[in-house]
Design a protein. Structure first.
Length: 344
């Protein structure tokens, strides 16, 4: 017969020995070996419990209860050891990364408007002070609104100046925001004073041209509008944008939807008219096109050209932005270069 006291002593000795080994274990591999050695299917605890066969039926539950307590104690010790090791590894990694918890937190960098958006907003604000309202239209446009209603007949050579991207023979990516002028006049009667900012598309790409760029179209329609009104409006705009000291000139030009037409040049912002590479030694920079709205355009929208007159103008937003900040390559606007964009 196995004695109860002998088994109790063996179990308590096993518990003390196992706990001592757990406390001195070197790592995860060592703790797993200890666990298997004492608590595994063929471990020491199982071996001792096999001796319970020699106990009386009254003694077996007491030894079994003691064995379960010892097993739970060892399991808890192993789990606590593993948790401490995991926490220690986290702290170790933190210190290896040289994290200084006394440093102040990093501020979030707030985003800002793109330079093109800022320039567009500035242009709209200047014309807003003159009573212009903002209107928009579709970027995928009908050939009729992009060309025909603006006096660009089919197969006319003037279309070559605005070669674009076609979806079908009658659906295009708009080449200018001038279709908004036609759509607005179709839906409303004069007086009108409108600007139309937005993206436009042309089959053109080099340091000063992009297949996609931004434009602002503007127009006034009313009774007795003259070229003098056009000059006064654009002179105010140029002086607000570049300063009252800048010189400007109107140079005869051609656009199918205006007659007479004029390009507007300003004194070179880099050399102040002396001549440089930016202005190609001329001392002048072209910034926009303008003119009196052609009577044929009025006929397309049902206006009587004997009753109404008007003027229109258009400018490239990238062109204005490049002149204001001194850039020579339009492509940088579309490269998502954070170092460049963060300057503005």
């Amino acid at each position: 017969m196995t004695e109860k006291g002998s088994l109790q002593e063996k179990l308590k000795n096993l518990e003390q020995l196992a706990l001592a080994e757990v406390r001195s274990a070197g790592g995860e591999e060592a703790i797993q070996k200890i666990r298997t050695h004492y608590l595994g299917r063929k471990g020491l605890l199982t071996s001792i419990l096999r001796e319970m066969g020699g106990l009386s039926p009254e003694e077996r539950p007491q030894i079994g209860q003691l064995a379960n307590q010892i097993k739970a104690s060892l399991e808890q010790a192993v789990e606590q050891f593993q948790e401490e090791k995991r926490s220690g590894k986290k702290n170790e990694r933190l210190f290896q990364d040289r994290v200084d918890f006394t440093l102040p937190g990093r501020d979030f960098t707030l985003g800002s408007k793109h330079l093109i958006t800022q320039t567009t907003d500035n242009i709209a604000a200047i014309f807003g002070r003159l009573g212009f309202e903002v209107s928009e239209g579709p970027e995928v446009e009908l050939d009729y609104y992009n060309f025909e209603a603006l006096n660009f007949p089919k197969d006319h050579p003037a279309r070559d100046m605005q070669d674009t991207f076609y979806f079908t023979p009658n659906v295009v990516l708009r080449t200018h925001t001038s279709p908004v002028q036609v759509r607005t006049m179709e839906s409303r009667k004069p007086p009108l004073r409108v600007i139309a900012p937005g993206r436009v598309y042309r089959h053109d790409s080099d340091p000063t041209h992009s297949p996609m760029f931004h434009q602002v179209e503007g127009f006034i329609v009313d009774r007795a509008v003259t070229f003098a009104d056009l000059k006064g409006t654009l002179t105010y705009f140029v002086h607000e944008l570049f300063g009252r000291e800048v010189q400007m000139r109107f140079r005869p030009s051609f656009f199918p939807f205006t007659e007479p037409s004029a390009e507007v040049d300003i004194q070179c912002v880099m050399c102040k008219g002396a001549g440089c590479n930016l202005c190609k030694k001329s001392g002048w920079l072209e910034i926009l096109g303008s003119g009196m709205i052609d009577p044929e355009v009025f006929r397309f929208v049902g206006y009587d050209p004997e009753e109404y007159t008007g003027f229109a103008f258009g400018l490239g937003v990238e062109r204005i932005a490049m002149l204001q900040v001194g850039l020579s390559d339009i492509r940088i606007f579309f490269e998502n270069n954070w170092q460049f964009l963060s300057q503005f």
